[in-house]
Ligand binder design. Sequence first.
Ligand code: FE
Length: 254
Amino acid sequence: MHPVHPIPIFEDNYVWAIEFGERHVAIVDPGLAQPVIDYLERHQLRLGAILITHGCWDHIGGIGDMLAYHRVPVYGPTHDRVPHLDHMLAEGDTITLGDLTLQVLDTPGHRKGHISFYGDDMLFCGDALFSAGCGKLHDGSYAQLYQSLNKIRCLPDKTQVYCAHEYTAANLTFATLVEPENKDLQRYAEQVYALRAAGKPTVPTTLGLECSINPFLRYQSATVKAAVEQWAGAQLGSDLEIVTALRKWKSSLA
Ligand code: FE
């Protein structure tokens, strides 16, 4: 397994530094450069590549300054607006960085061009999926969001999920509203509140855990379906309708 380091920036973003080869790192979504550069210097890590999941400012704002610090290849989505890209990626592409190989998955929804990187039992999913939640729609559609969640849900349970924000505690409020009786969720909430009280990250999470607590991956559960139908005041016939109503329900509370 490749060591992965969280570098907090802004209020609640994580930039991930994935080690490969001889203390090189691939930096995922550097929204800001200086904290990342400071981290690399403090830990004697060498910048080897920059990976971008999507074009929101808090994921790309530091690319230019990172390149001024050290010129490396920049990998990112074909179908989003990202500056400085050397390698335009989409589903089916693979990138190899020393001993690290990552597959590219299209995960549109939050943004229609959003991609994720998957390999070595790790998923770097930007704002496509969060612990106990998922990204809200910017320019993608509900159908894209549903298809992306379904794609992620089918990856192995042991997959470590490296999402780009520390939103877990806030997401748990909604997850608990949807499934107040879910014992796994209750247990997880206690762990999360303890971690946050100690100032520690709650991510990475695992896909197996998320499938037991995250309503956006549990649209086939009878309890989630019943709760969301009650909110919508209507019967929902398909998984897409359930995910759509869940996303609208959560956004209506924000
Ligand atoms: Fe973001």
